[in-house]
Ligand binder design. Structure first.
Ligand code: 3HC
Ligand code: NAI
Length: 699
């Protein structure tokens, strides 16, 4: 029988085989739900003795179809389908390969038996979308694996291996060889053995098995770590329901809590980010017929803070790296730091000794540029100095074979000026990693005016290989992220000098969801970095003195941040805990007096709006200028590079949530109050607000 293009049902000997085929990840769209339901109904009255559910392509069902969320529900609902499956009078077996995630794994949990190949993974990642498993996942996983293990699985959202799932009783067996063949044989054996229909809903949870206070502790822990995130608290409520209520009531409770999450701004923001992350990798107007250049070997110039981390990314992906330093001492220092960093990963249990040795064997160091003659990609990561970078690119032009991609990790320099030092500007591109480069997910790929399409495509492609999230930026001072950061930092400094205290500003931003407030970040990074960078800038680029004079004064007093024990705060030498310092207040007052500013209280709301709306306004200008391809790219940059809270979806999504009319209105008020160019409302923002549109409508 052909149910639909997405689902096929055929009898194979005595087994009714349902095959799902909905590329790329077999998401459970309406067609899939309908097709499976029809097949299960048909199987009840045909000659099959058991039903097997298999998926074609690279994976088992990877979840509900997220594109359908927020739209009118289409029958059959997932819950309806799962009820049909659970009540089947014939055995139903799920055969898992790839990743059975979310609604896909909930469907498998509803089948009477589950088998998987050893490379398969299963999980309930809904929390990453601000949701909870809404089709019985909380009630069934807790019955099979126990409440403690289920809470762990559902609250962190990470998939687990088939072998872990087997130990947790979430699957029944692991099969070897071809899954289709092995699972049909498994189904036939169950039939031959008169295996009973096992419905998870029949299992009772022993209340005594749960440690006293377990759920209260979880609530408190989640409140502390994921403040204000509804999904985590609702997941605990689902666990409570699994313990306290009969199965059907537990299901109803889960559904109600799921709908509550689905309607929250946090879930809308996290679903926005899911698609934003994926569309960021796509470059508009790129010639689709071009082939990316292959990257098998990489050269890195400069093994300092960034170069070492960048080298690790490639070695982790199995790509050999040649690291160039100024002298042998620099080479040794760089390799030692890399080795120490790998050692830390091993001590955390995230890497084995053998894996560490393998990665280290892929990184070699030298002082000779000639050794880069044959590499496919070079990434320069020396000091932020244009003349030095130009000199290095001139040398690369001499030693590298034609076709080598020449990239710079510069944070601010003009890619075209760097490219002009070579006779092949089409091969030059920015690849801006974030610190620590082996940890941070973001990679800004910066196109120069002459960068070739295949070079852009290669840089975006290699990002995926080294597990980064690439975002394309045009060439401007600071590119997307650091240009916006300048507005944010300068507004922070303005708030300080006008009357806010460091702890107020950081407190407001941390309550908003930032991992750290801007001043605490400054202390962590070291205030001398910005100080030195400012010294190299023209007065125009430095901006108004009120946007940096406090920072300069602190550095000149030897307050460099955490490393010197004091900056905007005092730091406990042992715990590194931050404490407010009255001396900083004196500095702020002195600097304000010098500039004729009378300090007065600023409300928390104004602090928040000034900092976040400065990001939004600059983001809108980047869009208007075509530096960013889409507003969602800006969100990806801010969430994955600068710690903007995921549950706010990024600055542009936050603006959409607030409403662009309101955002414009407040920005106009700030402009009337401060009359500074940064508060001139971006034209694009104004025009979208006037048309009652939002950023997500601007593509
Ligand atoms: N719904 C709709 N589209 C989906 C999807 C889903 N659940 N999962 C992936 N896609 C799309 C992606 O948007 C992408 O589309 P594009 O090619 O047009 O950009 C395409 O499938 C491929 O995805 P990836 O690029 O992410 O492919 P990978 O191979 O890198 O990863 C994956 C595959 C591990 C399955 C990953 O896509 C993933 O984690 N997907 C989301 C899984 C998930 O969150 N499931 C739970 C959904 S919520 C739910 O089920 C609610 C239920 O409890 C009621
Ligand atoms: P760093 O000062 O830690 O390291 C620079 C390294 O380059 C030093 O080890 C130095 O010996 C080496 N070097 C200098 N001249 C060289 C030459 N001619 N040949 C080979 N090696 C040479 O600097 P860091 O912080 O790693 O920055 C490097 C680049 O990365 C800069 O352009 C910076 O703007 C950018 N960047 C820095 C970030 C950070 O947080 N540190 C974040 C993102 C980008």
């Amino acid at each position: 029988m052909e149910n639909s293009l997405a689902v096929d049902y055929q009898l194979q000997e005595n087994i009714g085989v349902i095959r799902v085929n909905n590329p790329p990840v077999n998401a459970m769209s309406q067609a899939v739900r309908m097709g499976i339901k029809q097949a299960v109904v048909e199987a009840q009255s045909d000659n099959c003795q058991a039903i097997l559910l298999l998926c074609e392509g690279r994976t088992f069902i990877a979840g509900a179809d997220i594109k359908e969320f927020g739209k009118p529900a289409l029958d059959p609902s997932l819950s309806d389908l799962l009820a049909t499956i659970e009540q089947s009078r014939k055995l139903i077996i799920a055969a898992i390969h790839g990743t059975a995630l979310g609604g896909g794994f909930e469907l498998a949990l509803t089948c009477h038996y589950r088998c998987a190949i050893s490379s398969a993974k299963v999980g309930l990642p809904e929390v990453k979308l601000g949701l909870l498993p809404g089709a019985g996942g909380t009630q069934r996983a807790s019955r099979l694996a126990g409440v403690e293990a289920a809470l762990d699985l559902i609250s962190n959202g990470n998939p687990i291996s088939a072998s872990k799932a087997l130990t947790l009783n979430l699957i029944d067996t692991i099969l070897e060889g071809d899954l289709a063949e092995a699972s049909i044989a498994y189904a036939q054996k169950l039939v031959a053995d008169f295996a009973p229909i096992k419905r998870v809903s029949d299992i009772n949870i022993e209340k005594d098995s749960i440690p006293t206070g377990f759920l209260d502790d979880a609530r408190a822990r989640f409140e502390k770590r994921f403040r204000g995130q509804l999904a985590l608290q609702n997941i605990v409520s689902c666990m409570e329901a699994a313990i306290e209520l009969p199965f059907d009531e537990g299901l109803r409770k889960e559904r109600q809590l799921f709908v509550e999450c689905m309607q929250s701004d946090a879930s809308a923001a996290m679903r926005h980010l899911f698609f934003a992350e994926r569309s960021a990798a796509k470059v508009k107007a790129l010639d689709r017929s071009i082939c990316a250049r292959e990257i098998h070997t990489v050269g890195i110039i400069g093994g300092g803070t960034m170069g070492g981390g960048i080298a690790m990314n490639f070695a982790n992906a199995g790509i050999p790296v040649i690291l160039i330093e100024v002298d042998d001492c620099g080479v040794n220092r760089a390799l030692k730091i890399v080795e120490r960093n790998y050692g830390i990963t091993v001590s955390k249990g995230k890497l084995s000794e053998e894996q560490k040795d393998h990665c280290l064997s892929l990184i070699s160091g030298t002082t000779k540029y000639e050794e880069l003659g044959d590499v496919d990609l070079v990434i320069e990561a020396v000091y932020e100095n244009l003349d030095l970078k130009k000199k290095i690119f001139g040398r690369l032009d001499e030693v590298c074979r034609p076709g080598t991609i020449l990239a710079t990790n510069t944070s601010y320099q003009d890619i075209d000026l760097i490219a002009s030092a070579t006779g092949r500007p089409e091969d030059v591109i920015g690849m801006h990693f974030f610190s620590p480069a082996n940890v941070m997910k973001l990679l800004e790929v910066v196109r120069g005016s002459k960068t070739a399409d295949d070079v852009i495509s290669s840089a975006m492609g290699v990002a995926k290989i080294i597990k980064k999230i690439p975002v394309l930026s045009g060439n401007c001072y600071g590119f997307i992220g650091n240009r916006m950061l300048r507005s944010y930092v300068s507004e922070t400094q303005s708030c300080l000098i006008e009357g806010a205290a460091p702890e107020q500003i950081d407190g407001v931003m941390e309550n908003f969801g930032m991992a750290m407030g801007p001043l605490a970040v400054g202390d962590l990074a070291g205030l001398d970095i910005g100080y030195t960078a400012r010294k190299a800038l023209s007065q125009e680029k430095k901006g108004a003195p009120k946007t940096y004079c406090i920072a300069d004064a602190l550095v000149e007093m030897g307050r460099l941040g955490q490393k010197s024990g004091s900056g905007y705060y005092l730091y406990d030498p042992e715990t590194r805990g931050r404490m407010n310092d009255p001396e900083v207040l004196t500095v702020m007052q002195q600097q304000a007096e010098k500039l004729g500013i009378i300090r007065k209280p600023i409300s928390d709301e104004d602090v928040l709006n000034r900092l976040v709306f400065s990001l939004i306004n600059e983001g809108a200008k980047l869009l208007e200028e075509g530096i960013a391809q889409r507003s969602s790219d800006i969100d990806v940059v801010y969430v994955f590079g600068y710690g903007f809270p995921k549950f706010r979806g990024g600055p542009m999504q936050y603006a959409d949530t607030v409403g662009l009319k309101k955002v414009c209105h407040i920005i106009d008020e700030f402009y009337n109050q401060y009359e500074t160019p940064n508060w001139e409302c971006a034209r694009l923002l104004k025009s979208l607000a006037t048309k009652e549109l939002n950023f997500s409508a601007y593509t």
